[in-house]
Write a protein that binds this ligand. Sequence first.
Ligand code: BTN
Length: 246
Amino acid sequence: LGRPREHWAELGSTNDRAMAWARAGAPHGALVTADAQTAGRGRLGRAWASESGEDLYVSAILRPAAGKAIGALGLAVGVGLREGLARWLPTTQLKWPNDVLVGGRKLAGILCEARWIGSSPEVIVGFGVNVGRARFPGPLADSATSLRRELAAAAPGREEVLASILPALEAALGEFFAGGFAAIRGRYEPHCALVGKTVLVDLANGAGPKVQATALGLADDGALLVAPGDGEPPRRVESGDVWLAP
Ligand code: BTN
């Protein structure tokens, strides 16, 4: 990952630029980075604050082999990010599906977007890592953190962080493409912030109310398994969001 690479001072969204570059024929592994984004996008239609100039905004173009299942790819990206950051922060956790948290605060987010060309997926793996920013705007003040906020003067620089993440990401993705999520589940589940906890979840994939359930673990395909109540059979959560119950 990272060859070729484009770096921009400012973009709308690195994912959008990567999509356009992919359409123009960019190869597997091509990487887009930016100092700032004016329209950084998060999951579920949310925005990603991207103005600092001190954080990582990255999108990689992947061209997996035809017919590959990519449903759990974002989980593999989370594993790679977590492992790439572990030399500085060994206790980060993964909040299903793929947020990277430290001390319950969000350090990194992942947005994977795919399109199909016949049976061949073309995937944009976008991730943002809060590296150098010391302060977050209002609503994020308590929910987000950065390497700088966690490590102060010992915090690494942006390029150093990227150089650590890329090989870890490549390794996790390689194992995922070879053996599916089951091949890396053992590197996800022990670090999952939700497993064993009471969570609030919408069991109708966005159409229903939030209910309390106990997160049991992850299925071989990456679905979150939850037990809604005593004696009820486990249910699969395949999309959307899950919150720790207060
Ligand atoms: C989330 O946590 O909801 C996902 C956030 C993903 C943000 C990254 S920053 C680089 C890439 N470009 C975007 O517009 N979004 C992703």
